[in-house]
Design a protein around this ligand. Structure first.
Ligand SMILES: [Zn+2]
Length: 593
């Protein structure tokens, strides 16, 4: 392969490269090579599904789709059979083989392409294959001198997702296969061994994985890297089986796997992991996260997993009670304490004695309410309103907030001493859009839940509706997902599946950028297909500037059908796959609105 001498991604531009070449012929040569740069579209075209004969092709290589969860099972089996180090070696080498195959594909298909662009194509292939989203920070390569340096961020890698789901957060990186892939791919194109190291990993608690690659000779000592990479080289000692990671984490804990606690994504598992750690203690816990992420559910689970589980769990929403009644609600009242206090009543603290008190939306408490709460927490005793008698209470407090309490402290809206008392063990609950991998599990759970609750017999959820849900942002989080599915279950006709229009009635249609198999077996953008096959223009539909409702869209389609059928309703109905009566009904429906 004929590569330009030295290219740095940071400084790479077509003009600067052209200018760097002395002669016109070299200039043209470079231009031709750049035209051969594989784009994401080109790469996507390499992937072809041939369901008729049970084959999937990536260019000329046969592929197979496997569930990431079964990849996780395989990985765990290997770890348990061979120990962590040998398992890491096996995964690294298999990944390496996969990366090397892809490098071969690129070399064959784009023989004249410029080196940096084919290296970037590797990041896109890696993403196309569903492994990881790669963010390139830097690539500096000099093929002739055999020099390579690159740094990348990996977002939502499948491998550490699976690792975290089984083993939780640890001290070692876990993206072994994917690291092997990077080594196989880059080494295959640069032509000398490039070693990648994962210096940060989600499996170590980082928010993204960071990998750095350098030509072997630029790393210095690579004995450890080679021990994993080289199957026939020196092997790390095989550990005894009992020293292998114990699958002890929340996702597999029967207690936490109560029907309501659904999720296996890394973000969710990390939160569950923290919950499981703190639950058996007496520590005060502060749950934070957007509205609708399930803070009360987490608090309930914490209580159930705690030594107080046989004692009461009392939930109290500070925002739901008028300011002047908060004190009475929390601490109780004596008879005659104020007009209307006709009998003595215990407050939430007393009712939660021995158990757990969940205080939701804690930031809405007034400063006065805050100081009373602080006193109760410090003294472990309360006084009912209208009484000066102190009552001892033994209550574990779990507080929740959807605002940043630290910020509230800085603005003088929240007492700093109360903040520190509550913030003993903070747990951040992820918004749903950051745990998309849990969506299939959650959708399935809520669908069956609401079918049971509303006594519906539905045949499922259509592919179109499922895809829309998988791509929706859920600003209202799990609560919104729950509502959307409940509405869909109620709206759909018995014996039929829930369809897109049952879920999203007046909301903007969720943006979809999916590639699907077309009749020729190639993947193509589903939206582009619609644009091609329809007289309506869909191209500006999802620009984000305007929103369009399913109802409005349906009306456009129906009216267009009537128009092209020359006003013949029966013919128009046939064209859109409805009966004449159905068409007439749907057209009439819009007249009313
Ligand atoms: Zn990682």
């Amino acid at each position: 392969m004929d590569y330009p001498d030295r290219i740095s991604l940071a400084s790479m531009s077509r003009q600067s490269q052209s200018a760097a070449n002395d002669t016109d012929s070299q200039h043209i040569n470079i231009q031709q090579q750049l035209q051969q740069t594989p784009t994401l579209e080109d790469l996507t075209e390499c992937l072809r599904f041939s369901p008729g004969d049970g084959r999937i092709w990536l260019n000329d290589q046969r592929m197979q789709l496997i569930h990431t969860s079964s990849f996780g099972v395989l990985r765990r089996e290997i770890i348990e059979a061979f120990g962590i180090k040998r398992a890491r070696g096996i995964m690294t080498r298999t990944g390496y083989a996969s990366g090397a195959r892809d490098a071969e594909l690129i070399r064959k298909r784009w023989p004249g392409a410029e080196l940096t662009s084919v290296l970037i194509a590797g990041t896109q292939l890696h993403a196309l294959e569903g492994a990881v989203q790669v963010e390139t920070l830097n690539i500096d390569v000099d093929a002739k001198k055999g020099h390579y340096e690159g740094e990348f961020l990996w977002h939502h890698c499948t491998e550490d997702e699976e690792h975290i789901a089984t083993y939780g957060i640890g001290s070692e990186p876990a993206c072994w296969w994917e690291l092997g892939y990077a080594m196989g791919y880059v080494s295959g194109l640069v032509g000398s061994l490039v070693i990648f190291r994962e210096v940060e990993c989600r499996a170590m608690g980082h928010s993204v994985c960071r990998i750095i690659g350098k030509t072997a000779k630029h790393w210095g000592n690579i004995d450890e890297d080679m021990a994993y990479l080289n199957a026939s080289g020196p092997q790390p000692p095989k550990e005894p089986r009992q020293e292998i990671y114990l699958p002890s984490d929340s996702a597999h804990d029967p207690v936490i796997n109560e029907p309501q606690m659904i999720g296996a994504s890394a973000a969710f598992t990390a939160a569950s992991h923290s919950l499981k750690k703190v639950a058996p203690t007496q520590a005060t816990v502060l749950l934070s996260g957007e509205s609708g992420v399930g803070k009360e559910l987490f608090a309930t689970m914490l209580h159930r997993m705690s030594p107080r589980s046989h004692q009461p769990f009392v939930a109290f929403n500070c925002a739901a009670i008028p300011e002047n009644l908060i004190e009475a609600e929390l601490f109780g009242v004596e008879k005659g304490a104020y007009t209307g206090a006709v009998q003595q009543r215990a407050g939430r603290f007393e009712r939660a004695d021995g158990g757990t008190l969940f205080l939701d939306e804690i930031a809405t408490l007034s400063l006065e309410g805050q100081s009373k709460l602080l006193r109760a927490l410090q003294e472990k005793e309360i006084e009912r309103v209208g009484s000066s008698k102190a009552i001892k209470v033994d209550v574990r407090v779990v507080a929740a907030t959807n605002v940043d309490l630290r910020e509230a402290v800085e603005c003088g809206e929240f007492r700093s001493d109360l903040f520190y008392r509550l913030n003993v063990f903070p747990i951040l609950l992820p918004p749903l859009r950051e745990r998309r991998d849990d969506l299939p599990l959650l959708i399935n759970h809520f669908f069956h839940h609401y079918c049971r609750l509303h006594d519906r017999t539905l045949s499922g959820i259509t592919q179109k509706a499922t895809q829309a849900l998988l791509h929706y942002d859920f600003p209202g989080n799990i609560r919104e997902l729950q509502n959307i599915i409940e509405r869909g279950v109620i709206d759909a006709d018995n014996e039929n599946p829930v369809d897109l229009h049952n879920l999203f009635r007046n909301e903007p249609i969720p943006k979809s950028v999916l590639y699907s198999v077309n009749s020729g077996g190639a993947l193509s953008n589903t939206l582009q297909n619609k644009t091609e096959t329809s007289e309506l223009s869909f191209s500006n539909l999802f620009t984000g500037k305007e929103s369009i409702s399913i109802d409005a869209l349906e009306q456009q389609i129906l009216q267009q059908a009537v128009k092209t059928a020359g006003g013949n309703l029966a013919e128009a109905a046939r064209r859109v796959g409805l009966t004449r009566a159905q068409l007439a009904y749907r057209l009439k429906k819009s007249d009313k609105t």
